[in-house]
Design a protein around this ligand. Sequence first.
Ligand code: ADP
Ligand code: MG
Ligand code: MG
Length: 220
Amino acid sequence: VRPPGIGAVGEWLGAWARRVIDEEPALTRLDRQAGDGDFGTNMVAALGRLDVEALRTASSPAQAFAAVSDAYLGHAGGTSGALFGVWFRRLGSAAADAGADAGSVVFAVPDLARGARSGLDAITALGGARPGDKTMIDALDPAVRALETAVADGRDTGATPSAAAALSSAADAAVRGAESTAEITARRGRASYIGEAARGVVDPGALVMAWLFEEASRAA
Ligand code: ADP
Ligand code: MG
Ligand code: MG
């Protein structure tokens, strides 16, 4: 019997990677408008190296996350390569700590919430950005809080948190957060160099992070 969670982490990550690769031109356009134009290339450099079939058949969530982390840390340049690399590393550690190993492909919502919080902390420690700085944090921070709320609500009512409901609220929060980056001029990252000109442009890192939660919600 599968505990409630994301049914197949490898399928989730594979679907997300394909989506990011397909959207490379749009991501490049956004980073050209508010950055230096290499974001799409950096994403494809990492995710294009992933063996999506191997991801789908990964023996554990920890292994699937580690493969994505390795792809980023080994092949992507830019700020985003390092940040996505540590993010997926922390998710993998949380999955391993949760014992979601031994051939299991599930990742329960409380474990995901813990891993996501840990990953957000790692991104913050490395990059120093805060909510409102027009970065991937603007999608990630509300998503993590939505997951934590779902876990806390479940604890209060004694019910097991429904993965579908928790992930759907995390995805909504992440998408709203990503969209909100269009309204802010950047204080961190390269987009900060051009100030007001970045207004109206969605941050591509926030968008890709929002898609990760959307694909999780679809996979749940
Ligand atoms: P670079 O800025 O080095 O060219 P990329 O274009 O690959 O790197 O990545 C840009 C993305 O990285 C942005 O869209 C933003 O979401 C994210 N980013 C940049 N700086 C930070 C930071 N300090 N903290 C969190 N995310 C950041
Ligand atoms: Mg860039
Ligand atoms: Mg760059």
